[in-house]
Design a protein around this ligand. Structure first.
Ligand SMILES: Cc1cc2nc3c(=O)[nH]c(=O)nc-3n(C[C@H](O)[C@H](O)[C@H](O)COP(=O)(O)OP(=O)(O)OC[C@H]3O[C@@H](n4cnc5c(N)ncnc54)[C@H](O)[C@@H]3O)c2cc1C
Length: 414
């Protein structure tokens, strides 16, 4: 009997192909620094501001960073006395901006390209229960504004100890001191060096460290957390903080948080914006079907969309912002949610598993989400070059390939 017959429901993300994301989260490339994140968020005159996870200098790539940047953009518009504001995008940043503005009595309209709100949180119902095809955890839990909101809404949450994975397949533990050694080497790298440069030097002269340990650690911590080529990622700034600081996943997914933020807002779905024109009296925000006039616009589209020319600006963005968009970029991490009619993987107190792929830089991690409703469930995240083959074809094929990888790693015949 094939293990695929044990799958009762599944869902697959497509962040790499998504025209309104163009990747998973923002990263700092070679020659970039956190300064480029703050540069991107500098207001452009008094009528335009870019905001989102990418503009947060210290909490980038996370939902609470997106929230803070959205709220900051709203404060900027309110201070300037604008009375009609257009917000582009109904992800966490856009909803935070619109919520804050609307609550202060400012007329705010949100234009969202997709047919749903939530952006890269991507709530989805899989087999009758709520999961997320994007963000799953509330990271940096103790200093996270969305975590406080989740507590007020009494959402059930489960902590994940990212420091204690069960490595499936070939068991492996990271030797003590290796992370510190890597961080020291990255910090000492030249400003324009990529992570691959530092790694190549280290592997050429590994000293007492085992090359396999080094590679596995880099795959688990940097490839998994970025989904970007190591040759592109900045050595000094490409390994940003976030994961492993008391993370909790929301049982049932981000949907209640998102719906709470969106409650009562003036949100228009299926409204991709492709052009924003600034003039002395205001902004004109245009898409296929409408032109909207407002005093100011807050644009929360991801850097992948902005850098790819998904929205054009007249006049063009200033040089500071264009340079920031060149130094920042997006990686690709994809998710699969697999629900089974039986449990076949080993129990582990942290509910957190890691699995290394056949080639370098191919890695996946798995969250045991059985606690959701008692149905045996694993949520897998994949990064690295194996995505090119694993994520080709329809969802059913991705489900079959990822299930087979899992089965092999735990010694079950696929
Ligand atoms: C697989 C995955 C796992 C993740 N895991 C976590 C996690 O566990 N914890 C965590 O904190 N973060 C996680 N993140 C990151 C987190 O999801 C993002 O940092 C956050 O949701 C970004 O919010 P945002 O509002 O800045 O951008 P987005 O959520 O991308 O919102 C931007 C919105 O703009 C819309 N848009 C784009 N282009 C246009 C256009 N031209 N016109 C109109 N609208 C447009 C988009 O459709 C979108 O709704 C994860 C992301 C992914 C992809």
């Amino acid at each position: 009997m094939s293990i695929l017959q044990w799958v009762v429901a599944s869902a697959v993300s497509r962040w790499g192909d998504d025209p309104f994301a163009r990747g998973s989260w923002s990263l700092i490339g070679r020659g970039g620094t956190p300064r480029h994140r703050t540069d991107l968020g500098i207001p452009i005159g008094s009528r335009l501001k870019l905001a989102g996870e990418a503009t947060h200098a210290t909490r980038a790539a996370m939902t609470h960073g997106a929230y803070e940047e959205g709220a900051r953009a709203a404060a900027w518009a309110a201070e300037l006395g604008h009375s009609r504001v257009a917000v582009i995008g109904a992800g966490v940043a856009g909803l935070a901006a619109a919520r804050t503005l609307t609550d202060s009595g400012i007329r705010t309209r949100v234009l969202e390209a997709r047919n749903r709100i939530g952006g890269r949180t991507a709530p989805a119902e899989v087999g009758g229960f709520g999961f997320d095809l994007g963000a799953n955890w509330l990271q940096q839990y103790h200093d996270n504004i969305l975590a406080r909101l989740a507590e007020r809404l009494e959402l059930p949450m489960v902590p994940t100890d990212f420091t204690d994975p069960l490595v499936l397949g070939t068991p492996h533990t990271t030797p003590k001191g290796l992370e510190q050694e890597l961080r020291t080497r990255l910090a000492a790298a030249a400003e324009h060096a990529g992570i691959a440069d530092v790694l190549d030097d280290w592997l050429a002269d590994p000293g007492t460290w085992s090359p396999d340990d080094i590679r596995r650690f880099v795959d688990a911590e940097i490839v998994m957390d970025s989904g970007a080529p190591l040759s592109w990622l900045s050595a000094r700034h490409g390994f940003e903080p976030g994961v492993g600081e008391g993370d909790r996943w929301i049982v049932g997914g981000y949907r209640p948080l998102i719906e709470h933020l969106a409650d009562g807002l003036d949100i228009h779905l299926n409204q991709p914006v492709d052009h924003i024109r600034l003039d002395a009296d205001g902004v004109t925000v245009s898409g296929d079907t409408r032109n909207l006039r407002a005093d100011a616009a807050i644009v929360t589209a991801p850097v992948g969309v902005l850098a790819g020319g998904g929205i054009t600006f007249d006049p063009p963005l200033p040089a500071t912002h264009r340079t920031a968009l060149q130094r920042l970029g997006m990686g690709r991490v994809e998710k699969v949610i697999l629900r089974f009619d039986r449990r076949f993987w080993p129990p582990h107190p942290a509910g957190y598993y890691r699995l290394h792929g056949p080639g370098h830089n191919c890695v996946s991690e798995w969250l045991d989400a059985t606690a959701a409703d008692g149905t045996p469930t694993l949520v897998g995240l994949f990064a690295g070059p194996w995505l090119d083959t694993l994520w080709s074809g329809p969802d059913a094929e991705v489900t079959a390939r990822t299930t087979a990888i899992l089965a092999r790693a735990v010694g079950v015949t696929a």
